[in-house]
Design a protein around this ligand. Structure first.
Ligand code: UD1
Length: 420
């Protein structure tokens, strides 16, 4: 078992390049099934979830390999349409293979993605959308069997703008006869990235990023190259880290346009954040004096404040003067990091969707256990601002979303060591 040992309260100073987005690369790897040829995907972060996607694609009969930051997928030889339970359980986002495999082969068999880390994560909207497109779906004992003789485009209205359901509907719609219109889709930047990839395949799709997506079904397929967008949640984590520890850092290859709600909060609490080059994604962030509390931080679908940035930003305001209120509207159980943060001396009360953080004067290092991916990132952010040594376990959660977190923090001058 490895732990991350952090000696906190050292100002950060350095430059970091932001990795490609996990939430973009995973659906695009699933979508590569539709290329029926070679997809070269650049800016692929080295993450446990990307490895699982590679294993799923290999299982399906695709050729897959990685060269540095590029992943090569040749899906021409796909021969299977099922995903074994063990692979499905490793990663929740495996569910996006549902729409991709169905579109390619007209059938699929897989099981419900495992775990329950943020509370219930149903897939009823995914299933309803695929049924509307003509799939017959049976769900028995956690197994999902999907068959479709004729996939036919239609109008799908999502009751909630679910990211995964939007992606599954988009992918299946690519091979439907006729036009599919998705209303109330998720508008996250990662949805736009998926649309850009699908367009490269020759699919006529538009509207991603707005409240109506239109997909013209076709047989379009091609060899393509695509570069994954920058990870806005990873960028938000490093910005939270400098807010917590103090100092001055420079992010490169971030996308400030995708980060504005987070940047607004960090500016409000007293960080100095400058966007030096919007197109190259250069952001300078510093924190010198004491932080102050923020107005209520209320998570909502994009372009609102991202639920994934709630834990690291909470970690950043633990020592801010005053009280910061969080309202978590997306997931029911997304305050699991709170009990761990309290071990450092944080003053946080939770009730239902609300968490109230009263700023304390100092935090002291403690033994902490990551509860989930972004909760784990929050512990790292908090430990960087705590006096003394913290030891963080449960790093497998963090590895799902952060490419070489330890060395990145070392580049920023943090006293961080991976101990095996
Ligand atoms: C994606 C992101 C995750 C992020 C989340 C919300 C990926 C790989 N993961 O997860 O990092 O935290 O968006 O921004 O992109 N819901 C239903 N029924 C469904 C589907 C969802 O009720 O069939 C509900 C969920 O319980 C949740 C809300 O919709 O309350 C949003 O979930 P969704 O957008 O689907 O999240 P994911 O796609 O799982």
């Amino acid at each position: 078992m490895s732990i991350l040992r952090i000696n906190g309260c050292r100002e950060l100073d350095g430059v970091i390049r932001i990795q490609g987005a996990k939430n973009s690369v995973l659906p695009i790897m699933a979508a590569s099934i539709l290329a029926e040829g070679t997809s070269v995907i650049h800016n692929c972060p080295r993450l446990a979830d990307v490895d699982v996607s590679m294993r799923i694609l290999e299982h399906l009969g695709c050729e897959v390999h990685r060269n540095e930051e590029s992943v090569y997928i040749n899906s021409a030889g796909l021969i299977r349409s099922d995903i074994p339970d063990a692979l499905m359980r490793e990663m929740r986002s495996s569910v996006v293979f549902l729409g991709a495999i169905l579109a390619r082969t007209g059938e699929t068999r897989l099981s419900l993605p495992g775990g329950c880390e943020l509370g219930p994560r149903p897939i009823d909207l995914h299933i309803a959308a695929l049924r509307q497109l003509g799939a017959e779906i049976n769900e028995v004992g956690g197994k999902i069997t999907c068959k479709a003789k004729h996939l036919k485009g239609c109008r799908i209205n999502l009751a909630t703008p679910s990211v995964g359901a939007t992606e599954n509907a988009m992918l299946t719609a690519c091979r439907c006869k006729g036009t599919t219109i998705i209303t109330n889709p998720a508008r996250e930047p990662e949805i736009e990235d998926l649309q850009n990839y699908l367009r490269k395949l020759g699919i006529n799709i538009s509207g991603a990023g707005t409240s109506l997506i239109t997909v013209e079904g076709s047989d379009a397929k091609k060899d393509v190259e695509h570069t994954i967008i920058s990870d806005r949640i990873v960028a938000a984590t490093y910005l939270s880290a400098v807010a917590s520890a103090g100092g001055l850092i420079r992010l490169e290859e971030a996308n400030p346009r995708h980060l504005m709600t987070v940047i607004d909060v960090l500016r409000e609490i007293g960080c100095n954040i400058e966007i030096n080059d919007m197109d190259k994604g250069v952001i300078t962030a510093s924190r010198k004096g004491k932080l102050r509390a923020a107005r209520p931080i209320i998570t909502s679908p994009y372009p609102g404040f991202p639920t994934d940035a709630q834990p690291p930003i909470m970690a950043a305001v633990l020592k801010a003067e005053g009280t910061t209120v969080f309202v978590e509207n997306i997931f029911e159980n997304r305050y699991r990091h709170v009990e761990e943060l309290k071990r450092l001396g944080a003053d946080i009360k939770t009730e239902g969707k609300t968490a109230i953080v009263c700023g304390v004067n100092h935090l002291s290092g403690a033994e902490l256990r990551s509860t989930d991916l972004r909760g784990g990132a929050a512990l790292v952010v908090a430990a960087l601002g705590a006096e003394g040594t913290s030891e963080i376990s449960g790093l497998h959660h963090i590895d799902r979303g952060y490419d070489c977190l330890e060395s990145a923090l070392q580049c920023l001058g943090a006293d961080v060591k991976l101990v095996t």
